[in-house]
Design a protein around this ligand. Structure first.
Ligand code: HEC
Length: 117
């Protein structure tokens, strides 16, 4: 095998590894489950799954451009309000979108902390 081919092969393997890493990170972000909706409803009665889905999607789409996404459980539920105050302009979120992101992050954090032993 020529040196050029070897280099291409190494690059290919590196890319595949990176791809797997990115996928595994995305998978760690809590999905919207009935349990999560129930938790959110304690704070926002009547909230439905589609709002949390939109919040999660906005979080992935708007907040991953500059740094890795923090997991909801990395912060206490109430801490996310402060983070969003600092980040919403950078992320170009309209107030309505900011609210959806906050609801997803807060309820996912609350659920994770509540289920800890
Ligand atoms: C335009 C780039 C950019 C975008 C978009 C962005 N951030 Fe950040 N973020 C930064 C930078 C730079 C820092 C580190 C400096 C700082 O803390 O201000 C940071 C730090 C953070 C931190 C760690 C510091 C802390 O306050 O705990 C969190 C959490 C965070 N961002 C969340 C978010 C969320 C949520 C969004 C989407 C609403 C977002 N970021 C969108 C640039 C960005």
């Amino acid at each position: 095998m020529r040196a050029g081919q070897t280099a291409v092969l190494i690059l290919l393997v590196a890319c595949l590894g990176l791809g797997a890493l990115v996928l595994s990170c995305a998978g760690a972000l809590p999905p919207v489950t009935p349990g999560l909706v129930a938790h959110a409803a304690l704070r926002w009665p009547g909230i439905d799954a589609s709002e949390l889905h939109r919040g999660r999607r906005l979080y992935v789409d708007h907040c991953s451009g500059c740094h890795a996404l923090a997991l909801p459980q990395d912060r206490a539920p109430e801490a996310w309000t402060v983070v969003l105050k600092r980040m919403h302009e950078r992320a170009r979120l309209r107030p309505e979108q900011e609210r959806l992101v906050l609801r997803y992050l807060e309820s996912a954090s609350a659920e994770a902390h509540a289920s800890k032993p």
